[in-house]
Design a protein around this ligand. Sequence first.
Ligand code: ADP
Ligand code: MG
Length: 245
Amino acid sequence: MTGPALSIHEVSKTFANGVRALDGVSLTVERGERIAILGRSGSGKSTLLRLVNGLERPTSGLVSVNGTHVTAQNARSIRRQVGMVFQQFNLVPSLSVTANVLCGRLAYRTWLTSLLFVFPESDHELAARAIDDVGLNGRNWDRVDRLSGGQQQRVAIARTLVQEASIILADEPVASLDPAISEEILSLLCEQAVRRSATLVMNLHQVDLACKYADRIVGLRMGKVVFDMPASELGKAETALLYDS
Ligand code: ADP
Ligand code: MG
């Protein structure tokens, strides 16, 4: 594949209630980049990621993944290219680690597989490998609601890995976790993205974590990009743009 992983061109999003969540956002993300999007609550970070994985449509402007407009693709096609990790993990609590991870394979399987929840051996092998990769080997058949928050986020990461998506989005992936666990989860996410040459876009609200784990930082304020720069160059002036009133 050639061209950028992700291209967002002059995108605006106004919700039915009149809230303009994004206002003329343009952003190009090259393959293998690791980006953090920083901004206050309500600045439009989640809306931006939801436009990339097709959960929302732009009011105007274009969003392309791997060179194809998101609006021209069906949900299954997007799922094969874009994985998402959420703040609240979004697992099925009563199911096992393995069953939750297998859900990441649904984009590749028929409706009958989804109905019967019977996956081929190759999917089970992929799931077992991903569970191992996130450090949960031995917990494969535990119910996820018996796991700690950090372990649950590991399951969600494994589910994204078996999607074999080239773009991984993470919406405040550590906002529900302790500081020490947050670092473990972010370093796991980055390590796995690098190993798979995947592009990683993370919404974060801690500036220190963004600088430590991303190579590029995009600042959003009231739906607009207020800076876009290498993490190593981010200074007080930029963070003031985001957080000073
Ligand atoms: P962030 O993730 O940075 O906190 P969001 O993208 O969730 O920001 O929200 C941006 C703005 O859009 C906020 O004012 C929020 O209330 C509004 N918003 C988000 N989703 C919806 C929706 N489905 N309907 C109406 N307003 C929404
Ligand atoms: Mg959000």
